[in-house]
Design a protein. Structure first.
Length: 248
Protein backbone atom coordinates (compact mmCIF):
# COMPACT_ATOMS: atom_id res chain seq x y z
CA UNK A 1 0.00 0.00 0.00
CA UNK A 2 1.35 3.44 -0.94
CA UNK A 3 2.04 6.23 1.57
CA UNK A 4 -1.01 8.22 0.44
CA UNK A 5 -3.40 5.34 1.10
CA UNK A 6 -1.76 4.55 4.46
CA UNK A 7 -2.07 8.16 5.64
CA UNK A 8 -5.66 8.43 4.41
CA UNK A 9 -6.70 5.16 6.08
CA UNK A 10 -5.04 6.15 9.36
CA UNK A 11 -6.66 9.57 9.20
CA UNK A 12 -10.11 8.04 8.66
CA UNK A 13 -9.62 5.74 11.63
CA UNK A 14 -8.60 8.68 13.82
CA UNK A 15 -11.67 10.65 12.70
CA UNK A 16 -13.92 7.69 13.53
CA UNK A 17 -12.48 7.61 17.06
CA UNK A 18 -13.07 11.37 17.30
CA UNK A 19 -16.64 10.81 16.15
CA UNK A 20 -17.22 8.26 18.93
CA UNK A 21 -16.01 10.74 21.58
CA UNK A 22 -18.03 13.56 20.04
CA UNK A 23 -21.18 11.41 19.99
CA UNK A 24 -20.74 10.71 23.71
CA UNK A 25 -20.26 14.43 24.40
CA UNK A 26 -23.41 15.34 22.46
CA UNK A 27 -25.38 12.59 24.23
CA UNK A 28 -24.39 14.12 27.59
CA UNK A 29 -24.95 17.76 26.65
CA UNK A 30 -27.87 17.79 29.10
CA UNK A 31 -26.11 15.90 31.90
CA UNK A 32 -25.38 18.12 34.90
CA UNK A 33 -21.69 18.34 35.75
CA UNK A 34 -20.57 16.40 32.65
CA UNK A 35 -17.03 17.10 31.41
CA UNK A 36 -16.18 16.71 27.73
CA UNK A 37 -13.74 14.20 26.30
CA UNK A 38 -11.14 15.62 23.92
CA UNK A 39 -8.50 13.99 21.75
CA UNK A 40 -4.77 14.56 21.37
CA UNK A 41 -3.38 13.83 17.92
CA UNK A 42 0.10 12.59 17.13
CA UNK A 43 2.01 10.96 14.25
CA UNK A 44 2.84 7.28 14.21
CA UNK A 45 6.04 6.39 12.39
CA UNK A 46 6.46 2.82 11.20
CA UNK A 47 10.06 1.61 11.00
CA UNK A 48 9.20 -0.45 7.90
CA UNK A 49 7.48 2.47 6.21
CA UNK A 50 10.35 4.81 7.01
CA UNK A 51 12.82 2.32 5.54
CA UNK A 52 10.85 2.06 2.29
CA UNK A 53 9.93 5.75 2.00
CA UNK A 54 12.08 8.08 -0.11
CA UNK A 55 13.96 10.51 2.12
CA UNK A 56 13.05 13.41 -0.16
CA UNK A 57 9.36 13.12 0.68
CA UNK A 58 8.63 15.11 3.82
CA UNK A 59 6.41 13.22 6.25
CA UNK A 60 6.64 9.93 4.37
CA UNK A 61 6.20 6.88 6.55
CA UNK A 62 4.07 8.68 9.13
CA UNK A 63 0.36 8.37 9.85
CA UNK A 64 -2.00 10.50 12.00
CA UNK A 65 -3.37 8.78 15.09
CA UNK A 66 -5.13 9.73 18.31
CA UNK A 67 -2.38 9.26 20.87
CA UNK A 68 -4.61 9.70 23.89
CA UNK A 69 -7.77 11.38 25.08
CA UNK A 70 -8.06 13.96 27.82
CA UNK A 71 -10.86 15.35 29.93
CA UNK A 72 -11.82 18.99 29.56
CA UNK A 73 -12.48 20.20 33.12
CA UNK A 74 -13.55 23.68 32.03
CA UNK A 75 -16.32 25.18 34.14
CA UNK A 76 -19.85 24.65 32.85
CA UNK A 77 -22.51 27.35 33.21
CA UNK A 78 -24.36 27.50 36.53
CA UNK A 79 -28.13 27.29 36.24
CA UNK A 80 -30.66 28.26 38.92
CA UNK A 81 -33.13 25.46 39.72
CA UNK A 82 -34.92 26.71 42.82
CA UNK A 83 -34.31 23.32 44.47
CA UNK A 84 -32.55 23.76 47.82
CA UNK A 85 -30.88 20.35 47.48
CA UNK A 86 -29.21 21.24 44.17
CA UNK A 87 -25.59 22.36 44.66
CA UNK A 88 -23.00 23.69 42.23
CA UNK A 89 -19.27 24.24 42.67
CA UNK A 90 -18.02 27.49 41.17
CA UNK A 91 -14.39 26.66 40.41
CA UNK A 92 -12.16 23.62 40.76
CA UNK A 93 -13.17 20.66 42.87
CA UNK A 94 -15.46 17.66 43.22
CA UNK A 95 -18.17 16.50 45.57
CA UNK A 96 -17.27 13.25 47.34
CA UNK A 97 -19.79 10.40 47.43
CA UNK A 98 -19.61 6.95 48.97
CA UNK A 99 -20.26 4.14 46.47
CA UNK A 100 -20.19 0.36 47.04
CA UNK A 101 -16.71 0.39 45.42
CA UNK A 102 -15.39 3.19 47.61
CA UNK A 103 -15.21 6.94 47.24
CA UNK A 104 -16.07 8.52 43.92
CA UNK A 105 -16.01 12.15 42.89
CA UNK A 106 -18.54 14.12 40.87
CA UNK A 107 -19.45 17.60 39.69
CA UNK A 108 -23.15 16.74 39.56
CA UNK A 109 -24.73 18.32 42.63
CA UNK A 110 -28.27 17.15 41.98
CA UNK A 111 -28.86 15.71 45.46
CA UNK A 112 -31.89 14.48 47.38
CA UNK A 113 -32.79 13.05 50.78
CA UNK A 114 -33.09 9.30 51.28
CA UNK A 115 -35.92 7.87 53.43
CA UNK A 116 -33.65 8.02 56.51
CA UNK A 117 -32.76 11.67 55.82
CA UNK A 118 -29.28 11.10 54.37
CA UNK A 119 -28.17 13.49 51.62
CA UNK A 120 -27.58 11.30 48.54
CA UNK A 121 -27.22 11.64 44.80
CA UNK A 122 -29.50 10.16 42.13
CA UNK A 123 -27.78 6.76 42.44
CA UNK A 124 -28.33 6.67 46.20
CA UNK A 125 -24.66 7.30 47.06
CA UNK A 126 -24.26 9.29 50.27
CA UNK A 127 -22.62 12.71 50.04
CA UNK A 128 -19.63 12.87 52.37
CA UNK A 129 -18.71 15.82 54.54
CA UNK A 130 -15.21 17.22 55.12
CA UNK A 131 -14.74 14.71 57.95
CA UNK A 132 -15.85 11.77 55.79
CA UNK A 133 -19.21 11.38 57.54
CA UNK A 134 -22.67 11.37 55.97
CA UNK A 135 -24.89 14.44 56.10
CA UNK A 136 -28.29 13.63 57.65
CA UNK A 137 -31.38 15.77 58.01
CA UNK A 138 -32.94 15.87 61.48
CA UNK A 139 -36.47 16.63 60.36
CA UNK A 140 -38.46 17.83 57.39
CA UNK A 141 -37.23 21.42 57.59
CA UNK A 142 -35.22 22.80 54.63
CA UNK A 143 -31.43 22.51 54.67
CA UNK A 144 -29.39 25.69 54.60
CA UNK A 145 -26.03 25.51 52.83
CA UNK A 146 -23.61 28.42 52.81
CA UNK A 147 -20.94 29.06 50.11
CA UNK A 148 -18.27 27.46 52.33
CA UNK A 149 -20.32 24.23 52.37
CA UNK A 150 -21.65 24.48 55.92
CA UNK A 151 -24.92 22.57 56.20
CA UNK A 152 -27.41 23.50 58.90
CA UNK A 153 -31.07 22.94 59.68
CA UNK A 154 -33.06 25.33 61.84
CA UNK A 155 -29.82 26.69 63.23
CA UNK A 156 -28.31 23.28 64.06
CA UNK A 157 -25.04 22.36 62.35
CA UNK A 158 -25.17 19.09 60.34
CA UNK A 159 -21.69 19.15 58.82
CA UNK A 160 -19.69 20.77 56.06
CA UNK A 161 -19.53 19.68 52.43
CA UNK A 162 -15.97 20.33 51.29
CA UNK A 163 -15.03 20.16 47.58
CA UNK A 164 -11.75 18.35 46.92
CA UNK A 165 -9.14 18.49 44.17
CA UNK A 166 -6.21 16.36 43.01
CA UNK A 167 -2.62 17.45 42.28
CA UNK A 168 -3.09 17.21 38.49
CA UNK A 169 -6.02 16.59 36.10
CA UNK A 170 -4.10 13.68 34.55
CA UNK A 171 -4.46 11.77 37.84
CA UNK A 172 -8.25 11.63 37.45
CA UNK A 173 -10.22 9.44 35.06
CA UNK A 174 -13.91 8.94 34.34
CA UNK A 175 -16.22 6.22 35.54
CA UNK A 176 -19.46 6.45 33.60
CA UNK A 177 -20.67 9.86 32.45
CA UNK A 178 -20.54 11.63 35.80
CA UNK A 179 -18.09 10.05 38.22
CA UNK A 180 -14.33 10.41 38.55
CA UNK A 181 -11.70 8.43 40.40
CA UNK A 182 -7.94 8.81 40.96
CA UNK A 183 -5.87 6.67 38.59
CA UNK A 184 -2.96 6.68 41.03
CA UNK A 185 -3.67 5.19 44.44
CA UNK A 186 -1.07 7.53 45.95
CA UNK A 187 -2.91 10.63 44.68
CA UNK A 188 -4.44 12.36 47.70
CA UNK A 189 -7.55 14.49 47.50
CA UNK A 190 -7.06 17.90 49.10
CA UNK A 191 -9.57 20.52 50.13
CA UNK A 192 -10.68 23.07 47.56
CA UNK A 193 -12.07 26.41 48.68
CA UNK A 194 -14.27 27.01 45.66
CA UNK A 195 -17.68 28.34 46.71
CA UNK A 196 -20.76 26.12 46.68
CA UNK A 197 -24.05 27.64 45.53
CA UNK A 198 -27.35 26.27 46.79
CA UNK A 199 -30.28 26.05 44.40
CA UNK A 200 -28.05 25.80 41.31
CA UNK A 201 -26.63 23.08 39.08
CA UNK A 202 -23.59 23.14 36.84
CA UNK A 203 -24.59 22.31 33.28
CA UNK A 204 -22.46 20.17 30.98
CA UNK A 205 -19.53 21.93 29.33
CA UNK A 206 -20.31 19.99 26.13
CA UNK A 207 -22.51 22.51 24.34
CA UNK A 208 -24.77 21.13 21.58
CA UNK A 209 -23.87 24.02 19.24
CA UNK A 210 -20.15 23.33 19.56
CA UNK A 211 -20.82 19.62 19.08
CA UNK A 212 -22.73 20.26 15.86
CA UNK A 213 -19.92 22.41 14.46
CA UNK A 214 -17.28 19.81 15.32
CA UNK A 215 -19.47 17.07 13.84
CA UNK A 216 -19.63 18.88 10.49
CA UNK A 217 -15.87 19.49 10.58
CA UNK A 218 -15.05 15.83 11.30
CA UNK A 219 -17.41 14.59 8.57
CA UNK A 220 -15.83 16.93 6.01
CA UNK A 221 -12.36 15.77 7.00
CA UNK A 222 -13.50 12.14 6.69
CA UNK A 223 -14.89 12.79 3.20
CA UNK A 224 -11.61 14.40 2.07
CA UNK A 225 -9.64 11.45 3.41
CA UNK A 226 -12.00 9.06 1.62
CA UNK A 227 -11.29 10.85 -1.64
CA UNK A 228 -7.56 10.65 -0.94
CA UNK A 229 -7.85 6.90 -0.33
CA UNK A 230 -9.71 6.47 -3.63
CA UNK A 231 -7.03 8.44 -5.45
CA UNK A 232 -4.37 6.24 -3.86
CA UNK A 233 -6.24 3.09 -4.90
CA UNK A 234 -6.62 4.39 -8.46
CA UNK A 235 -2.90 5.19 -8.61
CA UNK A 236 -2.09 1.67 -7.43
CA UNK A 237 -4.44 0.19 -10.06
CA UNK A 238 -2.89 2.20 -12.85
CA UNK A 239 0.62 1.26 -11.71
CA UNK A 240 -0.26 -2.44 -11.81
CA UNK A 241 -1.78 -2.07 -15.27
CA UNK A 242 1.28 -0.22 -16.58
CA UNK A 243 3.60 -2.88 -15.19
CA UNK A 244 1.46 -5.57 -16.82
CA UNK A 245 1.66 -3.80 -20.19
CA UNK A 246 5.44 -3.44 -19.99
CA UNK A 247 5.84 -7.10 -18.98
CA UNK A 248 3.71 -8.24 -21.87
Amino acid sequence: MDALSISAASGMRARMESLDMLANNIANAGTAGYKSDREFYSLYSSAEALADAPQVVEGAGTAPVIETHWIDFAQGPLRSTGNSLDLAIDGKGFFTVSSPDGRLYTRNGGFQLSPDGTLVNSDGYAVLSATGSKVRSLNGAPLEITPDGTVSQQGQLLGQIQPVTFPAPSLVNKRGPNYFYPTDSSATATASYAPIYQGRLEDSNAGPAEGAIRLVSIMRQFEMLQRAAKIGAEMDRQSVEQVAKVSS
